[in-house]
Design a protein around this ligand. Sequence first.
Ligand code: HEM
Length: 178
Amino acid sequence: MQGFIFKDFLEFANKRLGNAVVDQALAQCQLESRGVYSTRQQYNPRELVTLLGELSRQTGHSGRELLQSYGQWLFKTLVNLPLPMRPFDDSFSFLAAVEEGFHKEVRELFPNANLPRLTCERGGPHEMTLEYQSALGLADLAYGLLLGCCDHFQESVEIQRESLAAGGTHERFHLKRG
Ligand code: HEM
């Protein structure tokens, strides 16, 4: 996983949970990186899971809850990256462009990137399904990103989750726009 994601996660955790909690969690976890990440380097994605577990233990928020809130935060980080981005009319057209647009570019720039497989299908003007698949099992992060995307476009979208495998590795999201 890119150092840039870890740095962004630590920023999120420091802001939302406080520096003292994050420092304590880092001290407990004894991560290989020691919690020092450089933007363009790759790190073991397990560090995120370990850190989440410790933050969850210390704060009483579940790991799933933390991952979901981080997804909402991460969406803002991603849309504010200085990338040439064509304007999107709405959340559905944005989501339809992630796999073949943003993630494809990330794969080209960083061949070792850990990216999920996302498959979108339009079920009509106000319905879409998005299927997430990744060995990293970050379906809760994907859910948070979807919530962040709907917020960004100021749309009210009902999202139902259908788990297709244990461990958050394969999930189908049913989106219905109000
Ligand atoms: C709402 C739309 C999006 C969803 C649902 C989504 C989903 C995800 C998820 C769940 C991951 C974690 C890796 C995994 O689970 O395998 C990820 C990683 C990533 N995504 Fe997206 N993403 C979205 C939009 C974007 C956008 C707009 C960008 C902009 C460039 C982006 C760039 C990245 C990058 C850089 C990573 C990290 C790769 C790595 O650490 O190696 N994503 N994405």
